[in-house]
Design a protein around this ligand. Structure first.
Ligand code: HEC
Ligand code: HEC
Ligand code: HEC
Length: 91
């Protein structure tokens, strides 16, 4: 009985590790303009669906997504968060 319980806990722990947990902060390279910080935790209160389709999982960030679909687009629409190049990109 005890052995079975230990085995179950191990299986659950292993299954859990197949899904990456959200980091509190991410950082992108941002090319020659300098790196960009993304404070994920500070954005979570906006609602997961603002950025994640369906179950929250990895979102591929590149220049087009960052500027035209997520980061800059939303900051401009809501007039909140950094909007100038150097407000996001830091050397
Ligand atoms: C809200 C934050 C934000 C603002 C404002 C912003 N960017 Fe970005 N930018 C990003 C993110 C995030 C990326 C993706 C970085 C990556 O993929 O490494 C990016 C990517 C880029 C890249 C491509 C880097 C590469 O090598 O792929 C360039 C160039 C760039 N930005 C220039 C600018 C310029 C110029 C402005 C102002 C007109 C600007 N950005 C404003 C967040 C921002
Ligand atoms: C403002 C946009 C935004 C909001 C809102 C947001 N996320 Fe995210 N989240 C992202 C981005 C972008 C990534 C990917 C970061 C990376 O790997 O570059 C991410 C990554 C994650 C990951 C890690 C996925 C993986 O496999 O690495 C989890 C889990 C997650 N988010 C959960 C949530 C939950 C839960 C909420 C709501 C409470 C939420 N997110 C709200 C943008 C957002
Ligand atoms: C759905 C809208 C939305 C999206 C998408 C979004 N943001 Fe924001 N962001 C906000 C809002 C709203 C704030 C202001 C938060 C506040 O004042 O509490 C903010 C604030 C920030 C701040 C300043 C945080 C601080 O502590 O001052 C940074 C940096 C930032 N965002 C980066 C990003 C980057 C990088 C992305 C894309 C990966 C992104 N954001 C995507 C809405 C968004």
């Amino acid at each position: 009985m005890k052995k079975a319980l230990i085995a179950m806990v191990a299986v659950v722990a292993f299954a859990g590790s197949a899904f990456a947990a959200a980091q509190e902060n991410y950082e992108y390279k941002g090319g020659s303009f300098g790196k960009v910080a993304f404070p994920h935790k500070a954005h979570m209160k906006l609602g997961c669906a603002k950025c994640h389709e369906g179950a929250p999982k990895k979102v591929e960030i590149n220049k087009d997504v960052a500027h035209n679909q997520l980061c800059v687009k939303c900051h401009k629409a809501e007039a909140k968060g950094p909007q100038g190049c150097k407000d996001c990109h830091k050397k």
